[in-house]
Design a protein around this ligand. Structure first.
Ligand SMILES: NC(=O)c1ccc[n+]([C@@H]2O[C@H](COP(=O)([O-])OP(=O)(O)OC[C@H]3O[C@@H](n4cnc5c(N)ncnc54)[C@H](O)[C@@H]3O)[C@@H](O)[C@H]2O)c1
Ligand SMILES: C[C@@H](O)[C@H](N)C(=O)O
Length: 702
């Protein structure tokens, strides 16, 4: 709320200073916890509408939730410029921290940096590593070379940059550590000594991640408590136990603010894991998407604790921001989920029925056999309110969704996105193909017809491509040409917009349900017939959310309601990834919302044909379809005048959509083709902006 307010420049200092909303939150929390404070009756939560807690356990959970809300409030409070000067409590620092991350280009570093930069500012976080950074890393914020073994270099950086917090990530993980023990000793132990000493000297708050690998064959495995026997069998584990003990010792002896979490295997889609025993749980998703098969190096029944990257990064930030008085110990177990390869494969098969997994255990099996299956993290939950949010089904969905997009996007011919109007065209095109193939009666508009989109659109595309590859001239019913025009359009738009249409061969496609008869197309509008006879020209389409589904229109003048799930799956089968906004009144999780910082554009951009303020609507001026230009103008000249007039109106609108359409008009010389194109653009424009379109067939243009 604070961020939003600040963005909208609405922060009301009186409200802030009076602590009005903070006060409300506290009262709310207290009343929800049945503490009978100020005689307030317990009320349901304002946001989630849960009933007030009744049992002790529930109250404790609520209390820890409230604590975490409170912590977040305080940290926001601390960031607020208004409050820098007036914050007085011990837990509120005067300055935002200046943070250094070592080993920052591994699986965890970059994500953490962007999270911290979002909280404390871009220049507040310095990422370091010994790897050459990509252009993206440099663009994101400060990056420096720093070998963890080079004490002087680190010291110089800490002093010059006035570092106050340090996250120490440099390490060789379990599998690579076993392959190169000497290097693991140096990086994991010598490196740690450097960091500890510097943190002590310069009074830094230091976070060092430990791991499930810090336990060994003699530790209880399910659940593994915080305090138990720790005799790991890898050099990685030994170095992590050493780090835990050193941290606790420095804390006791020198007051070092050392914080440490024993992390499970981390699962992330955007960064590759660095050579651990739990890496299979990341590779499996890549292989599932690329090959529908994975050979696992662990046995099928090897249960290990895992965590989704977002939960992991959140935990690290939370524990670092935590009021030190809440930390009853310096090293905590962190548990989120726990599964075996077989269970993970089963969950993947729920999305991908033909996914195959085989097992060929290697040396990593022996490591995994000594590690915990489930960590007991009750202390972290009780002391500082830890709570994981992503369970296994969510994790699988997130990983598959993100990686599918990632692979399709990277395989694309160009790396740009479709403009919203092109997206609308694609949607409309797909709807048209599906509708035609379903045998929708194109002569009679059926605005409410529910058209299942699934494999049919894909079948048409495959069929048409095969025909073209075979050099066949399309003959036969006009319907086929119409379908062909749609297919061409899809490819044309996809190529032009850099939307990748994946050329996957589809196995054993059944024949289309029935071919359309010429008569069915004869009744369509003149544009539709023109489109079908002029191959390569776009058949315009549009889509807008309607109730639970999507209403899609195309040049045939038809409107169909398509459930979003069918549309999305149909598009993804075509290899087209579109961030569809949720239909009104529904809170569908959009891919964008779970993928912060990806190349998917902004949420506002995803308004595919959505009308209404703030939902991807582009207010455009009315267009003309006639100009009075005296007599004697040829048809082409007349259209040129219309194009000119509309282009200037559109560019005057100063919106992306307007500029796009205007450029398109200007860049097309007034030929017969561009006349048609103009008709289509105009038509599409009307589809998008005329609410009556879906009820009436549009009049013939010009
Ligand atoms: N990823 C996990 O599943 C997981 C689980 C538990 C704990 N951890 C811990 O979290 C930390 C980060 O893990 P990660 O997965 O990002 O590891 P990673 O292997 O992906 O990254 C480690 C980074 O350290 C860097 N590095 C190696 N030698 C260095 C040196 N001499 N000087 C400076 N940097 C050097 C590497 O270049 C690499 O970028 C590690 O300490 C790891 O033990 C990770
Ligand atoms: C578990 C963790 O420490 C790391 N992913 C490894 O397997 O080595």
């Amino acid at each position: 709320r604070t961020e939003q307010d600040r963005e909208e420049k609405k922060t009301d200092s009186a409200d802030w200073l009076g602590g009005g909303w903070l006060h409300k939150i506290i009262i709310e929390s207290l009343s929800r916890n049945s503490l009978n404070w100020g005689n307030l009756p317990p009320r349901p939560c304002l946001s989630c509408r849960r009933r007030p807690p009744t049992s002790r356990a529930e109250s404790a959970e609520m209390l820890s939730l409230s604590r975490s809300i409170g912590r977040r409030c305080l940290s926001r409070f601390r960031q607020s410029a208004h409050h820098r000067s007036c914050s007085s409590t011990a837990v509120v620092d005067q300055e935002p921290p200046k943070i250094l991350i070592t080993g920052g280009l591994g699986q965890l570093g970059r994500g953490l940096a962007s999270r911290l930069r979002a909280r404390y500012g871009r220049s507040s976080v310095i990422l370091t590593d010994i790897l050459k950074p990509t252009a993206g890393v440099v663009k994101d914020g400060p990056y420096r070379f720093a070998d963890i073994l080079d004490f002087k270099l680190l010291q110089e950086m800490i002093v010059n940059e006035r570092i106050t917090w340090m996250f120490h990530f440099s390490a060789l993980l379990s599998a690579v550590g076993e392959q190169n023990t000497a290097l693991a000793l140096r990086v994991n132990i010598e490196g740690l000594h450097n960091v500890m000493e510097l943190a002590k000297q310069y009074d830094l708050r230091l976070f060092v991640p430990s791991t499930i690998g810090a336990f060994g064959p003699t530790s209880p495995r399910n659940p593994t408590p915080d305090l138990t026997v720790q005799k790991p069998s890898t050099i990685y584990g030994v170095s992590k136990v050493h780090a835990e003990l050193m941290g606790e010792y420095y804390h006791r002896k020198f007051g070092l603010d050392f914080r440490c979490l024993r992390l499970p295997g981390v699962i992330s889609a955007d960064t590759a894991p660095g050579g651990g025993t739990t890496d299979y749980a990341v590779h499996i998703f890549h292989e599932a998407i690329r090959n529908r098969a994975y050979k696992c190096y662990l046995r099928e029944d090897t249960r290990l604790p895992m965590i989704y990257i977002d939960d992991c990064l959140r935990a690290m930030v939370e524990v670092m921001e935590c009021d030190p008085r809440l930390l009853k110990q310096r090293v905590y177990n962190l548990q989120a989920i726990s599964f075996t390869p077989a269970e993970l494969a089963k969950e993947i098969r729920r999305h991908m029925s033909n996914f195959q997994i085989t097992y060929e255990p290697d040396f990593r099996q022996q490591i995994a056999d000594t590690w915990p299956q489930v960590l007991d993290d009750s202390r972290a939950r009780a002391d500082w309110g830890w709570k994981h949010l992503v369970d296994t089904p969510d994790l699988v969905e997130l990983m598959l969704q993100y990686l599918s997009h990632h692979y399709e996007f990277n395989a694309g011919r160009q790396k740009s996105r479709a403009t919203p109007s092109q997206q609308a065209g694609i949607l409309g095109g797909v709807a048209a193909v599906a509708a035609l193939q379903e045998g929708a009666d194109v002569a009679e508009p059926r605005p409410a017809a529910l058209v299942p989109l699934p494999a049919l659109a894909q079948q048409v595309v495959q069929l048409a491509r095969a025909q073209r590859r075979a050099g066949q001239r399309l003959s036969g019913p006009v319907a086929e040409q119409n379908v062909m025009a749609v297919v061409n359009h899809l490819e044309f738009v996809a190529a032009g917009a850099g939307v990748h249409s994946a050329r996957r061969t589809s196995p054993n496609l059944p024949p289309p349900r029935r071919s359309l008869r010429t008569t069915e197309v004869a009744g369509t509008s003149s544009e539709a017939r023109a489109a079908s006879s002029w191959r390569g020209l776009p058949s315009a389409g549009a889509a807008e959310p309607l109730g639970d589904g999507w209403r899609c229109g195309c040049v045939t003048g038809q409107a169909y309601t398509v459930p979003p799930s069918s549309l999305r799956s149909s598009l993804s089968r075509l290899g087209i990834w579109l961030p569809l906004p949720p239909a009104p009144g529904r809170s569908t999780r959009s891919p964008r919302s779970i993928l912060p910082g990806r190349d998917g554009g902004s949420e506002g951009d995803s308004g595919v044909g959505v009308s209404g303020p703030g939902r991807g609507c582009w207010p455009l001026p009315p267009l003309v379809s006639e100009v009075s230009a005296g007599g004697g103008l040829s048809n082409g000249e007349h259209f040129a005048k219309i194009s000119e007039a509309n282009a200037s109106r559109l560019s005057g609108a100063k919106t992306r959509q307007g500029t796009f359409l205007a450029n398109l008009m200007v860049s097309n010389k007034p030929t017969c083709g561009s006349n048609l194109k103009f008709n289509f653009l105009h038509h599409r424009y009307r589809i998008r902006h005329s609410s009556s379109f879906f009820a009436h067939r549009p009049p013939a243009p010009g």
